[in-house]
Ligand binder design. Sequence first.
Ligand code: 5GP
Ligand code: MN
Length: 340
Amino acid sequence: MLCGVDHDCQSASFDEITHLLEGAGSVAVCAHTSPDGDALGSELALIELIESLWPDKEVVGLLADDEDVPRIYQFLPGADRLVRACEYAGSPDLFFCVDLSSPGRLADAQAVLERSARSAVIDHHPSNERFWNAGVVRPDAAAAGVIVSEYALHVSGGLTQTMAQNLLCALMTDTGRFQYQNANGEAFRVASALVDAGASPSEVALHVYQSDRLGYLHLSATVMGRITTFERGKIAYSYATSADFAATGVPVAECDGLVDLVRRVDGSEIALFLKEVSGGKVRGNLRAKSDRDISVVAREMGGGGHPAAAGFTVEGDIDQALSVVLPKLRALYAREGEAR
Ligand code: 5GP
Ligand code: MN
């Protein structure tokens, strides 16, 4: 038994998903905008699973944005077959969302969802807008890849080496290499099953964590040099501007890891990283090292996410974004009256 969850409930939902898949001639699978290792790994594993179980179905894997797969994830088996949603004209029988349960996170693929007859979801983000016909949304799961792994074992009893590799990448990245608060027993049990099925932790680590461009390391040095703390060291913050990206030649899409530098500050509980993105906007990554829920602040900023890892995008420059978000972070401490 891989998980400590309500098996009967999850099994029943898995069977509903299977029923939807059986009834669909064409299926589009899509993960969230700005895809990370969980989004891509879970999507690719799910595509392979559906194709292996139902070879006659027409299955397409979509990218929500008009962008390439981020460089560090291009090694994932099948990554080269993903199609940008803006270039896909089909109207599938079934639209399968993985690692998201909020249509707004589909970017260009939202139009494909709207053209689809039915939808299914596998996700681990808190969700309050159920739009799907069948799905499993379990915020206690460390990664969407945990649930996809359990679905694969439920429906077919086996995992191929390539599915396992994709899913291990999903787990390793969403748990910060099994270092974040979400790295629970279920995550380790699933990871163990994936390694037994042929997944290679060292290969994931090599591509994702040991293949930084020199420019990225130089940018990291700049970001580290700017780390500032507030609230007696409890809040740590840094940023990168468009000029930094231009000077180092680093694509914005490759900067997901920079917030992890900020969270390294001893004694910090909340890490904030801001970066300028195209269209005069600023993207914020928030992380909590304690049990303080920073997704509340992300939602107030128009974004969302998990209690310990959330994000948002706002119009304006770094100073403007900081002037709005910093008081909200400080208010978390004021609201709780330093109870903790
Ligand atoms: P990141 O900071 O790495 O972009 O995102 C952290 C977590 O929050 C991820 O699980 C991501 O899917 C979620 N997240 C990030 N930005 C948004 C957003 O704008 N809206 C919602 N609903 N979730 C977000
Ligand atoms: Mn995820």
